[in-house]
Design a protein around this ligand. Structure first.
Ligand SMILES: [Zn+2]
Length: 257
């Protein structure tokens, strides 16, 4: 009973933080303050009343439209809130009542914010990845279940591998394959998860990224030369690596041997 109460509270807490992440996703790329003013409709500028600003619930009560001007609210809003809530439940499930749960929940929130900013604006703000990187290193030195040196090596490997890709890709592919933001993102992932997970994250991101890219090109949703942000795939790879590390390694070894 107590456990169920714990999961439910963590889920609602995740929804509320998810609502704040939506503010960050909208405002950080526009270089606006994330604490002031209060949330408003981007079209008619009406400040949202508290009852129209309840995570998840308001979106469905309003049937996905602004109360004043009826502009459709992006589906991203309830999606981010829900996935953040479920993410917090998953970390509690995996890591129990520990400091790791707190830090990895924060890690998930940063990844979620970066994913949606990268999808919308093709940028990964340093103001998210660099503090995240320091937080990961501090976590590895204290509560996280990885060695500090492992985290340091993760930063160097994650940043180094993508740095080489970014430097070489104009010569190899004749165009920029990746942004510099991706370098810092994978370095941050290394700080939280260690060097082994950096390789796993990169492999998963490359596989899923090329499959989705091919699908989008074949389905004519995208042109061959069009830029597809890589950050969301790195984030996805990191999440899989966080929760399914051992399963993925077992599965991989079965295929190889
Ligand atoms: Zn409106």
């Amino acid at each position: 009973m107590f456990l169920l109460f714990g999961y439910v509270s963590v889920f609602f807490f995740g929804l509320i933080i998810g609502s704040f992440l939506n503010v960050c996703i909208h405002r950080i790329p526009r270089e606006q303050s994330i604490v002031w003013p209060r949330s408003a409709c981007p079209l008619c500028a009406t400040t949202l009343a508290w009852k129209d600003n309840i995570p998840l619930v308001s979106f469905f009560l309003l049937r996905g439209r602004c109360r004043q001007c009826r502009m459709p609210i992006a589906f991203r809003y309830p999606f981010v809130e829900l996935s953040n809530g479920l993410g917090y439940v998953a970390t509690l499930w995996t890591f129990g009542m520990t400091g790791s749960t707190v830090l990895y929940s924060l890690f998930l929130s940063i990844l979620l914010t970066i994913t949606w900013i990268d999808i919308g604006h093709y940028i990964i703000p340093d103001s998210l990845s660099l503090p995240g990187l320091s937080l990961g290193l501090m976590g590895a030195a204290t509560v996280l279940p990885i060695e500090f040196l492992d985290a340091v090596f993760g930063v160097v490997l994650g940043g180094g591998v993508l740095w080489i890709v970014v430097v070489l890709s104009p010569y190899l592919f004749g165009k920029e394959g990746m942004g510099r933001g991706d370098i810092k993102l994978l370095a941050m992932i290394g700080a939280f998860l260690g060097w082994e997970s950096v390789l796993m994250t990169l492999m998963l991101a490359a596989i899923v990224g090329s499959l989705i890219g091919m699908g989008l090109i074949l389905g004519k949703f995208m042109n061959r030369g069009q830029y597809m942000p890589f950050g969301p795939f790195l984030a996805l790879g990191a999440v899989c690596s966080l929760f399914f590390h051992t399963q993925i390694i077992d599965w991989y070894l079965q295929i190889v041997w």
